[in-house]
Design a protein around this ligand. Structure first.
Ligand SMILES: Nc1ncnc2c1ncn2[C@@H]1O[C@H](COP(=O)(O)OP(=O)(O)OP(=O)(O)O)[C@@H](O)[C@H]1O
Ligand SMILES: O=P(O)(O)OC[C@H]1O[C@H](OP(=O)(O)OP(=O)(O)O)[C@H](O)[C@@H]1O
Ligand SMILES: O=C(O)c1cccnc1
Length: 490
């Protein structure tokens, strides 16, 4: 039987190749060379006009606890071909990197750095896998949640996905991301405990099945709860579920707070209209109609177009699993590395696909808005030593189709990447989760409606500064020259 180890750290939550590379860096004595990596994704998730950044809370927690425990070292000793000196180095390891990041709830876009990790080469390499793991999932869910919020308007939206999520962590962190993206509450009690997210819920079909009929089940529930939402579709929504709910609500009077009923199957446009009439006619115009059953932004939009009388939407599977796009595809690329003379040299990853060529150099993303109306003109990706706030006008052009360009004046420029860790020390204080969620809504106000529509939004401009673009072209040309001169004798 394989030896058992305690699950006492997340430091080995990394791909083996990261440790293999760190081993090489260490044995060659270059583990402390200064390096800079950036995280970005290439395509907008769900073809949405914007993405909502989430994951920083978990990343901070992960980095703060980044050390190799005795059991980590024992495991590596027995399973990897590592020298005693290297194992000793890992044992002493402390993260010394500097991390800059978009903050949670910030809007982020394709082909711009959303995180930047700078520091000793080994430190930057170690955290790649976990950072991508976290950002890829949480940003995806926060974005999906924002899409659902945008069609739900001011209706209540509840996160019901835990039972369908890809295991525990996805349920917990996905719920948090959904809250950032605009959900109102979750059914996951642990997420309520850990993050202070409001918890909410109704009851399941099992309660009705236990009693064998709607009335007895609702009566029992009402006897034991103040707030009541009855699930009315177990046997027959119109003929049994709703009349039973109404009877119990009338009998209990002020003893309960009859909040409404939930429908979980059938034609929800038709049913919700009939149920609304039943509740109104019985004198319960304030009782709300909750709906659930494989909902997402498309079904919610369709139901709204059909004038369904639904007030609160419970969304599970399609939110928490990012059903229609299961991966964001964010990558972690080296943009600069110290040379043998101690100078940082920008570096690039080439590809035949122009969209896949990385953009070298340490960069900042500047969100450019017009002073007059606060609306965004686009993002301006500039080299670190540039500051558009010192300019009166800004020339912005598409990095691949340079004939698409404009000159912006009377603008404000806001840096998107914020300092989080400096030389391994946490210097960022996470805002309250409710402030993050509110900030996410406010950020969306600066976007023109053209970028926010659910279907086929306009592509938000993400432009490179002239200096950044020149730097990239120079590097591409230099590498082409170098490859041309290579002679391996064949
Ligand atoms: N009026 C409607 N317009 C568009 N979509 C709807 C409408 N009513 C329900 N839906 C959606 O259609 C799908 C119907 O699911 P399904 O075929 O499982 O039917 P069901 O009545 O829920 O059956 P079951 O009793 O097995 O749960 C769900 O995703 C639901 O949200
Ligand atoms: O449809 P989703 O968006 O994934 O939302 C969560 C679903 O989970 C519950 O169903 P389930 O059949 O698991 O249990 P139930 O007996 O309470 O209906 C609930 O009734 C929803 O239909
Ligand atoms: O509270 C509910 O109604 C609920 C919770 C989880 C999944 N589906 C429904």
């Amino acid at each position: 039987m394989a030896k058992q180890y305690p699950d006492d750290s997340t430091t080995l939550h990394t791909d083996a190749y990261e440790l293999s590379m760190i081993q090489t860096y260490f044995e060659k004595g270059i583990q402390n060379k200064k390096a800079i990596f950036e995280v970005y994704f290439r395509d907008m998730p769900f073809k949405n006009g914007f993405a909502v950044f989430a994951g920083l809370e978990h990343i901070i927690h992960y980095i703060e606890n980044l050390r190799f425990t005795d059991s980590d070292i024992d495991y590596l000793k027995e399973n990897e071909d590592f020298s005693p000196a290297f194992l000793d180095y890992l044992r002493q390891f402390q993260f010394k990197g500097t991390v800059r990041s978009a903050v949670e709830g910030e809007l982020v876009f394709h082909n711009e750095p959303i995180m930047q990790i700078e520091g000793p080469l080994a430190d930057c390499q170690l955290v790649e896998t976990a950072i991508l793991n976290i950002v890829n999932y949480q940003t995806l869910i926060a974005t999906k949640a924002a899409r659902i919020r945008s069609v739900a308007g001011n209706d209540g939206i509840l996160e019901f996905g835990t039972r369908r999520a890809q295991e525990f962590d996805a349920a917990i962190w996905g719920t948090r991301a959904a809250y950032i993206g605009g959900f109102d509450a979750t059914s996951n009690v642990r997420a309520g405990k850990l993050f202070g997210i409001p918890i909410s819920g109704t009851h399941a079909h099992a309660l009705v099945q236990t009693y064998g009929n709607d009335y007895d089940a609702f009566k029992a529930y009402a006897d034991t709860h103040r707030d009541c939402v009855f699930l009315v579709d177990t046997y027959d929504t119109i003929k049994s579920g709703v009349p039973s709910a109404i009877r119990v609500a009338k009998e209990m009077g002020d003893k309960i707070n009859f909040q409404g009923v939930r429908i979980d199957s059938g034609d929800m446009a038709y049913l919700s209209k009939r149920v609304r009439e039943q509740l109104d006619d019985a004198g319960f115009p304030d009782a709300k109609i909750y709906a659930s059953n494989d909902l997402d932004e498309k079904t919610i939009m369709s139901l709204k177009m059909q004038k369904a009388k639904i007030d609160v939407w419970g969304v599970g599977t399609k939110l928490i699993t990012a059903f229609d796009q299961p991966a964001l595809g964010a990558v972690y690329k080296m943009v600069s590395i110290e040379d043998d003379h101690g100078q940082l040299k920008d570096t690039i990853k080439l590809s035949n696909n122009v969209e896949k060529v990385s953009t070298p150099g340490r960069k900042q993303v500047w969100r450019i808005t017009k002073k007059a109306d606060g609306k965004s003109e686009g993002d301006f990706v500039a080299l670190w030593d540039e500051d558009p706030r010192n300019e009166d006008s800004l020339y912005m052009f598409h990095p691949n189709y340079t004939y698409i360009n404009k000159t912006v004046t009377d603008f404000d420029a806001r840096p998107v990447l914020q300092p989080i860790f400096e030389d391994g020390r946490l210097i960022y204080q996470q805002p309250d989760l409710d402030d993050i969620r509110e900030g996410c809504q406010e950020n969306q106000e600066s976007l023109w409606p053209e970028y926010k529509r659910d279907l086929n939004p306009q592509k938000y401009p993400v432009d490179l500064s002239q200096k950044c673009w020149d730097n990239k072209m120079n590097l591409i040309n230099r590498i082409h020259e170098y490859v041309k001169k290579l002679d391996f004798g064949d």
